[in-house]
Design a protein around this ligand. Structure first.
Ligand code: ZN
Ligand code: ZN
Length: 1009
């Protein structure tokens, strides 16, 4: 590499494209020359600022290829916008706290649950272990970023567990508190018995959290009070909730009946009688007495388990509606019996039904979701383990009807996969439901690039549920709420300073804003002078990371960088970071505004067979391991090219070395081809510029066509990047490199470079100027996608030819199209040209006439516009089709036809080629065949393409061939880049190493030196 380097070996391009070696070299170059830091220093000269906040990866696992895909999208934007002249604070960030980290540490420590953790390990040591774990994973992430070529600034990373960050996170809560959006209350929340904490409703809805589980399907009956044989028939899949049963509910406007079974009367909704009886296998029954649901309201029932749950008997004395039928519209009469039992301690709707009637909530659970002493004989039993115990107790009391097993979808914990339990608990909530209209207004203003993820996000936001932010865990941002033991007054603390200044006792030196230290701080109640203790909660980790726009910056930085320009994360962040960022920002600012202008939700990455990558399947591709064996550029190119960023991508290692390798290798070899020829002719890009060539009118149509194409591609490419259509953007590059440059342009000019004639020196310099401009532009445009290859080509070609260039390709300005080079007419002419050439090839193929063999005549029958275009480009046309003369006609000439002519057509264009060859054409064709072999032999023997060799010897051609070939020997010498060609009857005539070759079935021998 050039900068500060005198080692010339680094300046050469190896014969083959070997990405792994090249990437190592480039990485060292970047690091040694601090290229990333140089970009950071360009802030002053930037033409504008684009805000950015890193979506912080959680430091609880090893980075894999799915992470890599998202990180490449971020890096693309950074490199490209930086080249456009913008400054972007592309600074890293790490999500350090929360349940995922705690669970990882619990696993390492071999603890099973929170109680064991607190007893055996203790909070202080646990927190130290959490910090160790995040540092361990941090190293792995930084290394993966390094290998992948992610230009994120690691030095300016934010860490969500630091006091400075937490203090600023508290500011969000202060704003919520001041606006009465932060509330404490009993609510029914989803609770994970494994993690021993509540979950937010967002977490409950995570992809994949609903699993098929087996539960009891129980029909049971509660006796109507004061009757000998009348019962309410009820159904549940959670028999344990009968322990907390408080009321029954019916739908007021539905029709209910009594069903006579044996000598009992069962009360249920009319429309379900037949189905339920069938399910229960009861054939003999009669239906009597129809009545409206509302007539059942107020009916008492005998709760059957009072004898073993004394607290249930106690409840009846507390409120008259306990163990009474109520009417509720939410009762679904299309399933089960239309009579539902309500457990306000276990169900959200049940809870609200009790709340509005003032009925007490009975929730006798501890933190492990085991029943407490209040649950009588069930004391100490885990809720879900009580299911069959309850069934047995009902059976003993003539309250049992039937039980089966049912498999149904039920939410499980996204982390630990335990079945969730709904429980009434005291929690802290952000009343985001109250600001829902502002949130939705903000969400509508965001750019999402694609409709599907947008609709999904907005539909989720519309749910607008309160956000349960309290977690009963350890390693998290402490909820900064202190409550007076005496009068219940609450105080929210918003900074470390405020806390230490108001503490009742001196705060120790090693104090940090974490449990257990922060729990030890007590305050004096401003109302009654009593002692205030902190509420023993930490915050939802999504609140932690969602605070990043404010918490990761200083005030002036926040003012400059937020709202940010663009963020991108996985589609799973719809309910995660994208949501928490938005909610918190609306709370902080009070405005209907998101902290980001645009959000690209990425599809997830799966294995080659389309399966989710998971530890259990063992199909996770770890980034660093993968990049030890495979090129980062190839991975980057492949991941961006294969599908749209919002698609789920099946990552198949087999595909890396196919098309992606072909494309990058082609760019590499084209660049190398240019350099070799340019160096041979001492090309100086500062002297032989495109401007000079234009002024001197040295550009041929081929050049003007290429330059025009490039302007269009440049524009399209940038537009696709702007729309986050990375796959289409990369396809444009691919197409340009493979088709336009390699397949079309280079073959058209190759022959012109195949000479060192001083007379064509200027022309060769012009071609170099065109190739230099074109390939350098492509190198610059590729930099966001394949930064290693771009940097290598930049250093080893462009910087080598012109040492005054910037130190890195990343410091180059983004290429912009030059309209003066755009020429639509010439592009159209060349389109016609290429179509007619491929028709001529197709025609030749029918008669097995090789493309190398010159033919006498081609006739193009087409409308005038088409033939005019070909006339304009006739020399090039004849050369490409390898035919001596062309004729153009509006109709097929009469003399055309018969076996001497072959033809092909497309649309209204017909091409006829004469297949007749005289001695001259045969001789030239033979010469071309042999020249081709000579060229291949040169290459095989390792001669540099630009060297002019001494001689080609050809032996053992038959007499006829020799006669035909004789007149073309000089031309052949030129084509093979040798001084002279000699023909020999026998190999014995010259002492030489002969190489055997076959020509139309006959042996021929070549020597070259
Ligand atoms: Zn869990
Ligand atoms: Zn007080």
């Amino acid at each position: 590499m050039t900068a500060n380097s005198k080692d010339d070996s680094n300046l050469s391009l190896s014969t083959d494209y070997r990405p792994l070696e090249l990437e190592k070299e480039v990485r060292e170059f970047w690091e040694k020359n601090q290229i990333r830091d140089q970009l950071e220093q360009r802030e002053k000269d930037a033409k504008g600022v684009l805000g950015y906040v890193e979506g912080p990866p959680t430091l609880n696992g090893i980075p894999h290829i799915g992470h890599a895909r998202g990180r490449v999208m971020k890096d693309i934007r950074y490199r490209w916008k930086t080249m456009q002249g913008y400054y972007m604070p592309f600074w890293a960030g790490w999500d350090c706290q929360g349940l995922p980290v705690e669970l990882e540490v619990e696993k390492l420590l071999g603890v099973k649950n929170k109680r064991e953790l607190l007893e055996r390990v203790g909070e202080e040591r646990f927190i130290e272990e959490c910090k160790k774990v995040i540092l361990k994973y941090h190293k792995l992430w930084v290394e993966a970023d390094r290998l992948l070529g992610i230009f994120i600034n690691q030095k300016k990373a934010y860490w969500t567990y630091l006091d400075t960050y937490i203090e600023r996170e508290w500011q969000y809560l202060k704003h919520a508190w001041d606006q009465n959006l932060l509330e404490e209350g009993h609510y029914v929340v989803a609770y994970c018995p494994g993690c021993q904490t509540s979950l937010s409703s967002a977490e409950v809805g995570y992809e994949g959290s609903y699993k098929d589980v087996e539960d009891p399907s129980l029909y049971f009956k509660f006796k109507k009070a004061g009757t000998p044989n009348e019962f309410f028939l009820v159904w549940t899949t959670m028999p344990f909730t009968i322990i907390t049963d408080t009321m029954l509910a019916v739908k007021p406007d539905a029709e209910y009946v009594k069903v006579k079974v044996d000598n009992e009367l069962w009360i249920m909704v009319k429309q379900r009688v037949e189905a339920v009886m069938q399910e229960l296998g009861i054939t003999k029954y009669t239906v009597t007495e129809t009545t409206q649901g509302k007539n059942l309201e107020g009916t008492k029932y005998d709760y059957p388990l009072k004898d073993i749950i004394p607290a249930q008997a106690e409840l009846e004395t507390q409120h008259e509606l306990v163990h009474t039928v109520i009417g509720e519209d939410f009762v679904d009469v299309n399933t089960a019996t239309g009579v539902v039992h309500l457990s306000p301690g276990n169900g959200e709707e049940d809870f609200w039904a009790a709340q509005k009637r003032g009925v007490p909530v009975f929730a006798p659970y501890d933190d492990e979701v085991k029943f407490t002493r209040d649950a009588g004989v069930f004391n100490g039993v885990f809720a879900r383990d009580a299911d069959y115990l309850v069934v047995e107790e009902l059976r003993n009391r003539n309250a049992f009807v039937a039980v089966k097993k049912v498999t149904h979808e039920y939410p499980t914990c996204w982390r630990s996969h335990h079945k969730l339990v709904w429980l009434a608990r005291k929690e802290y909530f952000l009343r985001t439901d109250k600001i829902n209209s502002k949130v939705l207004e903000a969400a509508e203003k965001i750019q999402y690039y694609f409709d599907e993820p947008k609709n999904r996000f907005i539909a989720f936001l519309k749910e607008g549920k309160p956000w349960c932010i309290s977690r009963e865990r350890v390693w998290g941002t402490p909820l900064p709420m202190w409550t007076c033991q005496k009068c219940g007054a609450k105080r929210l603390i918003a900074s470390k300073k405020e806390l230490t200044e108001n503490a009742l006792e001196q705060v120790p030196e090693n104090f940090e804003l974490h449990k257990p230290w922060v729990d030890r701080v007590t305050l004096k109640c401003p109302k009654c002078g009593g002692v205030m203790h902190r509420e023993d909660y930490v915050l939802d980790t999504w609140h932690n990371s969602g605070a990043s726009p404010y918490a990761r910056f200083t005030d002036p930085e926040y003012a400059r960088f937020v709202p940010t320009d663009f963020l991108t994360e996985g589609i799973d962040q719809t309910r995660g970071w994208a949501n928490s960022l938005l909610l918190e920002h609306v709370i902080l600012t009070g405005k209907p505004e998101a902290p980001y202008h645009a959000f690209l939700f990425q599809g997830l990455t799966q294995d080659a067979k389309g399966r989710k990558m998971s530890k259990s399947l063992g199909n996770i591709l770890e980034t660093s391991k993968l990049l030890g064996k495979y090129s980062a550029d190839l991975c980057r190119f492949y991941m961006m090219r294969k599908c749209s960023p919002i698609d789920f991508m099946n990552f198949d290692l087999q595909e890396l070395n196919r098309r992606p390798y072909q494309v990058l290798s082609t760019l590499y070899h084209l660049s190398r081809f240019f350099l070799q020829n340019a160096e041979f002719d001492n090309f100086n890009p500062a002297k032989f510029t495109l401007e000079r060539a234009t002024q001197k009118k040295q550009l041929k149509d081929t050049d003007r066509w290429l330059l025009s194409k490039l302007q269009g591609k440049m524009e399209e490419y940038t537009a696709k990047l702007e729309r986050s259509e990375f796959n289409f953007a990369v396809a444009i590059l691919e197409d340009f490199v493979i088709d336009t440059l390699s397949r079309l342009y280079v073959p058209m000019i190759r022959k012109e470079l195949w000479t060192d004639d001083p007379e064509t020196f200027e022309r060769r310099q012009t071609i170099y100027a065109v190739l230099h401009y074109t390939l350098k532009t492509v190198t610059l445009l590729s930099n966001p996608v394949t930064p290693y290859l771009s940097e290598a080509l930049y250093q080893k070609i462009y910087k080598k030819l012109n040492p005054t260039l910037p130190a890195s390709v990343n410091l180059e300005p983004w290429p912009v199209p030059d309209s003066s080079m755009r020429d639509k007419n010439i592009e159209e002419e060349f389109d016609i040209l290429f179509t007619s050439v491929s028709l001529a090839y197709a025609a030749r193929q029918q008669a097995k006439l090789k493309r190398r063999w010159p033919l006498s005549k081609i006739i193009v029958v087409a409308p005038k516009k088409t033939t005019q275009a070909l006339k304009n480009q006739e020399p090039l046309f004849l050369e490409m089709v390898n035919v001596k003369t062309a004729e153009y006609a509006p109709q097929v000439p009469e003399y055309v036809g018969g076996e001497n002519w072959v033809s092909a057509s497309e649309g209204n264009m017909y091409v006829f080629v004469s297949g007749q060859r005289d001695d001259k054409l045969l001789g030239e064709g033979l010469m071309r065949d042999l020249a081709r072999r000579g060229q291949a032999l040169r290459k095989d023997l390792g001669f540099v393409p630009t060297d002019v060799l001494d001689a080609v010897h050809i032996a053992e051609l038959d007499e006829d061939s020799k006669r035909l070939l004789e007149p073309f020997l000089e031309e052949m010498a030129e084509l093979v880049r040798t001084k002279k060609v000699y023909l020999h009857d026998s190999r014995n005539e010259v002492e030489a190493e002969w190489h055997e070759s076959k020509l139309d079935g006959k042996r021929v021998y070549l020597n070259i030196h």
